[in-house]
Design a binder for this molecule. Structure first.
Ligand SMILES: NC(=O)c1ccc[n+]([C@@H]2O[C@H](COP(=O)([O-])OP(=O)(O)OC[C@H]3O[C@@H](n4cnc5c(N)ncnc54)[C@H](O)[C@@H]3O)[C@@H](O)[C@H]2O)c1
Length: 338
């Protein structure tokens, strides 16, 4: 990676910030130098845990010459304005998924990054998860034939009481769809290795009296005529309302075998056995995804190459997510880019 050490600043010390602090310590060639947080209690807790100063005004962080890379671990509606400010300050950006709440916001962020010569890397964790990477390798090897279709189901309780207010409001980027639909579209496009060309979907509020979605069912039509489905809920929070999937269950049906990924942790493939077939676990090595993502970003900066998670892919995911919302509003299939 060379001799240079990149200073990392984290804006937003909420739920996911610890993963970024750990990554800054462990990636190699990076160090955590500063954070920014509006909530005093959260700022104090982060400062104590990570021995890192925390300022309340993010502009102070952006002005610091010690910060080279800014991790944006913020509510979704702030990704665009603070991302553009970071680009204008000349900082490389490691923005948590989704890149932004709309395609227009993505376009403005991409333009700002390109105009200021900085990288814009979106934390699409699913592309770094060990079982997904191993499944993709198996598919690419041709050993399981070619992909035919995929299903992705992820059911969990919404956890309304534990969610921050922005999460209950779509105008601030809230709802289960932007939070987890982003992961599901990311992993399906990554595993199938194709872009989505049209969608039909329901993205609705069925369980909770909130101004954001808690239910989604989507049909994704890929460019080669194959397809995938997504089912996702944030069901009621009382015991017995449902059974949580930690990270969902994906089944990819290929012409010669099926692959199954469970809870973002385990990969299985179909083998001869039982009445025609049985699942056999494929061992995979666990990795820290945020650390792997930060390492990739540092490599992209040092080698001045395109982001490992391309801006086109991150934008495509937002395009598909918002097309699903439009399909739900209109009751029609929505053609991507159409
Ligand atoms: N990869 C994953 O599996 C994963 C998991 C959880 C969250 N995320 C993503 O991480 C991002 C953050 O989610 P979260 O759950 O940590 O949210 P959160 O609400 O817990 O944290 C956001 C923090 O930003 C702070 N903040 C808001 N405005 C600010 C400002 N102007 N300056 C400084 N701080 C400010 C808030 O006070 C809060 O502490 C989202 O993009 C989310 O989708 C990813």
């Amino acid at each position: 990676m060379g001799d240079r050490t990149f200073g990392v600043g984290i804006i937003g010390t909420g739920r996911i910030s610890g993963a970024h602090a750990r990554a800054a310590r462990e990636a190699g060639g990076t160090r955590l130098v500063l954070a920014s947080e509006l909530d005093a209690a959260r700022a104090d807790a982060f400062e104590a845990k990570w021995a890192c100063p925390v300022v309340s005004d993010y502009r102070e962080l952006l002005a610091s010459p010690e910060v080279d890379i800014v991790a944006l671990t913020l509510p979704h509606w702030l990704h665009e304005p603070i991302g553009i400010a970071a680009a204008q300050a000349g900082k490389h950006i490691f923005v948590e998924k989704p890149m932004a709440d709309s395609v227009e916001e993505c376009d403005r962020m991409i333009a700002a990054a390109r105009a200021n010569g900085v990288k814009l890397f979106t934390g699409h964790t699913e592309q770094f998860l060990a079982p997904n990477v191993a499944a993709r390798k198996l598919i690419d090897s041709g050993e399981v034939g070619t992909t035919v279709l995929a299903t992705d189901c992820w059911y969990k309780a919404f956890g309304v009481a534990s969610r921050p207010p922005w999460f209950l409001d779509r105008s601030k980027g809230g709802g289960m769809w932007l939070m987890n639909g982003a992961h599901m579209i990311d992993r399906l496009t990554f595993l199938m290795g194709r872009r989505v060309i049209a969608v039909k979907a329901l993205v609705q509020t069925r369980f909770h009296p909130i101004a954001a979605d808690d239910t989604a069912l989507a049909y994704l039509h890929f460019e080669d005529g194959t397809a995938a489905t997504i089912a996702h809920t944030g069901y009621k929070d009382h015991p017995g309302a449902g059974v949580d999937h930690i990270g969902g269950e994906i089944i990819i049906t290929c012409t010669e075998a099926q692959l199954k990924i469970v809870d973002r942790a385990r990969l299985y493939r179909s083998v001869p056995g039982g009445r025609g077939g049985a699942w056999e676990e494929v061992p995979v090595e666990r990795i820290d995804t945020t650390t792997a993502e930060l390492r990739a970003l540092v490599r992209n900066i040092v080698d001045d190459e395109a982001e490992t998670v391309s801006v086109e892919q991150a934008r495509h995911i937002v395009e598909v997510m918002t097309a699903c919302e439009e399909s739900s509003r209109t009751g029609r299939e929505v053609v991507i880019g159409g």
